[in-house]
Design a binder for this molecule. Structure first.
Ligand code: PEP
Ligand code: MN
Length: 271
C-alpha cells in the first residue's frame, strides 16, 4: 500500500498545459515521436515532415545524450539544438528534447519548446529547481529506481519553484527481469491518476528496449489511461547511432495509430 502523499500543488483542480495551440491534459492524448538522438539536419527534417503528415504535432530528439557509457555518442550538443529549432520553425511542430545540466536551462528554454528531464536526472534537485524558473513545459521522466512518491515529489519541486507545467513520463523501472531493458510499470498510470492532477505519458521505447514490443505496450498504456505516448521513431531504425533496437519505423507507428481514436475514447480523450 502506498501511503498518501502530501502534494500541495497536484491534488486539486485540472492541470491544463497549453503549448503552441495544443493542449496537454487529462482530456487530450499527446503523441510524441522522433529519433533517439539528432544525427544531422536533413534526417531530422525528413522525419518531422513525415510525422506532421501523419497528424502528429510533437517531435522528440536528443541533442545532449545521457549515455551510460562515456564512450558512446554523447549527442551533437548546441549544433543539435540549432537543428531542432530550425526544424520546429519550418514545420510548426512542437519540439521535445532532454536537458541534462542546470547550466543549459537558458539556452534550451530558448531553443526547445518542451524540456525533458531524463531518468538519470530525476533526482537532480538543482536542475529541477531551476526548471521552476522558466515557462516551458517540462516532461519529467520517472527515475529508473524511483518510487511513485519520489517521482511526484520531484514534480512538486518544479511546481513549488514556480513552473506548474509538468508532464510525468513513465519510462520503465529496474526490476529483476532482464529480458526487457526495463519493466513498464503499467500500474503507475492509475496510481498517478488517483494521486496527482498532472498529465502522465508513457515511453514504451525505453521501457522495453525492443521494437517488437512497442505496439502492445502502447495499446496497454492507453487502455490503462495514459494521456500520451513518446515513441522513438526513425525512417531507417537499423541505421541509427543510438537505441536502434527499440526504434520503430513509420509503418509500425501507423499500425499503432490505427485504433487510436477507439482506444482513447475509452477515456473520453481527444487527439
Ligand atoms: C530519452 O528519452 O532519450 C532517454 C534517454 O530516456 P530515459 O531518460 O528514459 O532513459
Ligand atoms: Mn533513446
Amino acid at each position: 500500500m502506498c501511503e498518501q502523499i502530501k502534494l500541495k500543488h497536484q491534488s486539486a483542480g485540472k492541470c491544463e498545459i497549453r503549448i503552441k495551440g495544443q493542449l496537454v491534459s487529462r482530456d487530450t492524448f499527446t503523441l510524441i515521436a522522433g529519433p533517439c538522438t539528432i544525427e544531422n539536419y536533413e534526417d531530422l527534417l525528413s522525419i518531422v515532415m513525415k510525422l506532421k503528415q501523419m497528424g502528429i504535432k510533437f517531435f522528440r530528439g536528443g541533442a545532449y545524450k545521457m549515455r551510460t557509457s562515456p564512450y558512446s555518442f554523447q549527442g551533437l550538443g548546441e549544433e543539435g539544438l540549432e537543428y531542432i529549432k530550425k526544424v520546429s520553425d519550418e514545420t510548426g511542430m512542437i519540439s521535445v528534447s532532454e536537458i541534462s545540466s542546470p547550466e543549459d536551462v537558458k539556452i534550451m528554454s530558448e531553443f526547445i519548446d518542451i524540456l525533458q528531464v531524463g531518468t538519470r536526472n530525476m533526482h537532480n534537485y538543482p536542475l529541477l529547481s531551476k526548471l521552476g524558473k522558466i515557462s516551458n513545459p517540462i516532461i519529467l521522466k520517472r527515475g529508473m529506481s524511483s518510487t511513485i512518491k519520489e517521482w511526484l515529489l520531484a514534480a512538486e519541486r518544479i511546481i513549488e519553484s514556480g513552473n506548474p507545467k509538468v508532464i510525468l513520463c513513465e519510462r520503465g523501472i529496474r526490476t529483476f527481469e532482464n529480458f526487457t531493458r526495463n519493466t513498464l510499470d503499467i500500474s503507475a498510470i492509475p496510481a498517478v491518476r488517483s494521486l496527482s492532477n498532472l498529465p502522465i505519458i508513457v515511453d514504451p521505447s525505453h521501457s522495453s528496449g525492443k521494437r517488437e514490443m512497442i505496439k502492445s505496450l502502447s495499446w496497454a498504456a492507453i487502455a490503462a489511461g495514459t494521456d500520451g505516448l513518446m515513441i522513438e521513431t526513425h525512417f531507417a531504425p537499423d541505421t541509427t547511432i543510438c537505441d536502434s533496437e527499440q526504434t520503430i519505423n513509420f509503418k509500425m507507428l501507423e499500425e499503432i495509430m490505427k485504433p487510436l481514436q477507439d482506444l482513447i475514447s475509452l477515456w473520453d480523450k481527444k487527439f
